[in-house]
Ligand binder design. Structure first.
Ligand SMILES: [Zn+2]
Length: 267
């Protein structure tokens, strides 16, 4: 009798140990899977990337930035305010936006009216994105897959709303994006000022290439220089040449996301 009880106790101990091992293995498998997917996915493309992004749908992007990019075989990302989509004078009209897309450029969402999203309710933030998506789709046939927050204003609630519409969004926090650590809904960027020289651009583009990081350049005016956020057409062309000279890969923001995070159609 005493022998049987010892045996039973031993079996219970063994069962307990086996159960603990099963749980431990399960947990470690979960964490391995969690780490590997999706932000650290190996896309087999470990090179650095530079993206040219343009805010507010200004007509200078079409008149000046587009030809300089296309002459270099590059494509950019153009963030459109949907309420400003019809004028064609200061801002691009639907035909110009369609032409950009037809040439392989990316069209992104910069909200309906450039509201400061952190001052709005969650419903109002969703409406800013949704209304712009609908208007851009209706006027151009394009459904943007990335956004840029007006003036970079975002918080967790804004990011949560953005995540229901987009694969990623650009903020205005300075820096570049590291493979495996991409802050998908607050992509870091390099802000362009009137004073930004071709040498400045060469330096940061070269660094992206060397460190295999993703650098997103954020432009406003390209053409007439009316504020510290604008560059002349000549300066922009010099920036493009500087990036080209480094030999770093150039892609749109959506393309950069695909390369650095591994998000593609259907994910
Ligand atoms: Zn803007």
């Amino acid at each position: 009798m005493g022998h049987m009880q010892v045996n039973l106790r031993a079996r219970k101990v063994i069962f307990g140990l086996v159960a603990a091992v099963v749980v431990a293995v399960g947990v470690s498998v979960f964490w391995v899977g969690h780490d590997a997917d999706p932000s650290a996915a190996d896309t087999g493309d470990p090179a650095g990337v530079v993206s040219f992004s343009f805010d507010d749908g200004q007509v200078g992007h079409f008149d000046n930035a587009r030809p300089a990019l296309e002459a270099a075989g590059m494509r950019g990302t153009f963030y459109i305010i949907s309420d400003a989509l019809s004028s064609g004078k200061k801002t691009m009209n639907a035909e110009q936006v369609k032409q950009l897309a037809a040439q392989g450029h990316e069209i992104g969402n910069h909200t309906r009216d450039h509201a400061t999203l952190t001052t709005l309710s969650a419903d109002e933030v969703r409406a800013e994105f949704a209304d712009a998506q609908a208007a851009i789709k209706a006027k151009t046939g394009i459904t943007p897959t990335t956004c840029a927050y007006p003036s970079g204003a975002q918080d967790q609630s804004v990011q949560t709303a953005a995540a229901t519409f987009f694969r990623g969004c650009r903020g205005t926090v300075g820096g570049s994006n590291a493979r495996g650590g991409v802050d998908t809904y607050n992509l870091r960027m390099y802000y362009i000022h009137s004073s930004t020289t071709a040498d400045d651009i060469r330096k940061v583009a070269d660094e992206a290439k060397r460190t295999k990081r993703w650098l997103i350049l954020a432009y406003h005016g390209v053409g007439p220089v009316g504020s510290d956020d604008d560059v002349s057409a000549d300066t922009f062309a010099a920036h493009v040449r500087a990036v080209q000279q480094t030999g770093v890969a150039v892609d749109t923001v959506a393309g950069g996301l695909a390369k650095m995070v591994g998000l593609t159609d259907g994910s």
